[in-house]
Design a protein around this ligand. Structure first.
Ligand SMILES: [Zn+2]
Length: 317
């Protein structure tokens, strides 16, 4: 049977919890590589590399189990690697191994970044019926966006943001349980749901807009025409309802595409100045449809296929 808590314990428990949280908060203060401002991240860059690598291997393993071809099309693999190398060369974090894996599934319209430098680009991104990129510049806009996520360390920052309030709310729930305050337990539980549903999503949208802007600057500095970036989002906003209803998980947690295009247009003059100053200008107007015929083996119909776009649990597009 529970003993009623003494008044002193009632006061001390939340104080002890607050002290732990303050220590945690202070311990994860770090400098953002991109903005140079103080930020909260409980993971070191070394943690991040390890975390990203295991998530990448897990995702690749899942794809291979469904016979999805990985890096089996030399022309397309070479193209995405060339773009990755060019953009990574102008990124803020230079001591990472940036590597993009080409996933040869024309039905999956997706790209994502793992923490620490691994990225995946799916062939469906330039699928003729519902793909969203048509030229090398537009593909560079997507890869630039992913490299920006890695440099802004959005995945581990989001995990940190989720961790601190959740610890506080979980602590509150435990305290309410000890104190047998059911109404407070319910309140803390409810706040946790609200926090995870609203606050985290809101931050994540803010991160997306930052990745759009930073990614557009990166592509411009690497010599790709930044005007391609807003064009990709404008294309999505004009997609026919049948196209928009496709499982485009790259866009599912993103801000509305019209807002993204508007924001990108706002920063386009600054990006264009970087493009003009870039030492090399790439031939980014080449159309992806002009690439040599695919050498990716076709999947057999009888093979099992993921129901929706494979999506690593904690990592954003
Ligand atoms: Zn994104």
């Amino acid at each position: 049977m529970k003993q009623p808590a003494t008044p002193i314990l009632t006061i001390l428990r939340p104080l002890a919890l607050a002290a732990v949280l303050l220590t945690l908060g202070a311990g994860c203060a770090t400098t953002d590589y991109v903005t140079g401002k103080r930020t909260q991240n409980m993971y070191t860059l070394a943690d991040e590399i390890q975390l990203g690598r295991s998530a990448y291997l897990e995702t690749r393993n899942t794809l291979q189990k469904t016979d999805t071809p990985i890096n089996q099309d030399p022309a397309r693999v070479a193209l995405i690697r060339e773009i990755t190398t060019n953009i990574a060369a102008v990124a803020h974090i230079t001591n990472l191994t940036y590597e993009t894996t080409f996933v040869g599934d024309p039905d999956i319209v997706n790209a994502y970044a793992f923490p620490g430098g691994h990225m995946m680009v799916f062939e469906g991104l330039w699928n003729e019926t519902n793909g969203l990129v048509q030229t090398v510049d537009e593909l560079a806009a997507v890869i630039g966006h992913e490299i920006a996520h890695v440099n802004c360390r959005h995945s581990t920052e989001a995990m940190t943001r989720q961790m601190l309030p959740n610890l506080l709310l979980a602590g509150g729930m435990i305290w309410a349980e000890i104190e047998e305050k059911e109404d407070l337990q319910l309140l803390f539980g409810g706040l946790m749901v609200v926090h995870n549903g609203l606050v985290v999503t809101k931050y994540s949208r803010k991160d997306e807009l930052e990745a759009d802007r930073v990614g557009m600057f990166y592509m411009a500095q690497a010599g790709y025409d930044p005007a391609a970036a807003p064009r990709v989002w404008e294309r999505l906003s004009q997609a026919r309802p049948t196209q928009a209803s496709q499982p485009l998980s790259i866009f599912s947690t993103h801000p509305r595409d019209t807002l993204r295009a508007q924001e990108l247009r706002k920063h386009l003059p600054a990006a264009r100045a970087r493009y003009e100053a870039a030492p090399v200008k790439r031939d980014g107007t080449r159309r992806l449809s002009d690439l040599p015929p695919t050498t990716t083996p076709q999947k057999t119909k009888s093979k099992p296929k993921p129901k929706s776009n494979p999506q690593p649990k904690h990592y954003k597009n």
